[in-house]
Write a protein that binds this ligand. Sequence first.
Ligand SMILES: [Zn+2]
Length: 387
Amino acid sequence: MTSQSIQSGTAPSSDQIRRAPKVLLHDHLDGGLRPGTVVDLARDGGYSPLPESDADKLGVWFREAADSGSLERYLETFSHTVGVMQTRAALVRVARECAEDLAEDGVVYAEVRYAPEQHLDGGLTLEEVVEAVNQGFREGELTARRNGHRIRVGALLTAMRHAARALEIAELANRYRDQGVVGFDIAGAEAGFPPTRHLDAFEYLKRENNHFTIHAGEAFGLPSIWQALQWCGADRLGHGVRIIDDIEVDADGGVRLGRLASYVRDKRIPLELCPSSNLQTGAATSYAEHPIGLLRRLHFRATVNTDNRLMSGTSMSREFEHLVDAFGYTLDDLQWFSVNAMKSAFIPFDERLAMINDVIKPGYAELKSEWLFQQTASTRGSVAEEG
Ligand SMILES: [Zn+2]
């Protein structure tokens, strides 16, 4: 082994992870607010049910409620964030801060999703919701640039699985596809609400040559993944982590893929994996046992995501740090995840390619070469001491 491969094989530092160009495909706008912003917006909008009025205590409350294992408490967290996101000004601010926070964390490309139908209580129309969020993202991109960061944020419009507005939201996504909206998603409780309930929306999007992802294979297993892919035609799987149920690992380490797992791997179906979120909902028991380790080894199109940064107290850097700790990942592994995610984004191919070749790869190359200069500095130091 050469000294370079020894050096680049060492664990990246927290600082390097933060500076590494990262790509995020699965992040909920209503799951990523700053606690202080929730407090401000509740006060300004006269929203009274908030459990804490101190930003720090509220942040802890969100994480604990999400950690509690109680679905009721978990859902309550979203009733508060959505509750304060009912005006144009609130939506612009939340979207702007989302872009700023991601950029500060070293994310260079993000697709952030939200359900327009959940932001109508203050009298906004679906179109006004989309335009407010778009404006916030554009403002956040500008602030980030002023602070020396580069980020591009696209929106995914989500329809709720238990509701009956999927086609309407799909049409909305299509109408705004050249104005900041890059695709469509459905979310909400998987059990009892199969994605096939919304076939009309998916068939519409396919006829329009548009893109969509489906939350599937998180709590619910293979049937949900199978339906999302083979009945609905999803481009990506939101989570998809239960694909592990179709993979057998022998005692001697031999691996056998079932038909569905083979299909997902062969067709390079992107998995929007969200490790911390899975630990909170019980879809995985620890980072070290999270299926992402095996899926990465088997070369599935695995990507790393945050899901809900506020509820999980996480960020892209933190997700990467957990994986570095659990699996000994190097900068090469983090680059692999980032390139995978960029390949799977919903923006045009030429733009994805430019992001990979002109932003992601050079960013990692710079980080990977840092040890060379550190060595020079330490040699210089000892030369000076000897002199
Ligand atoms: Zn999600």
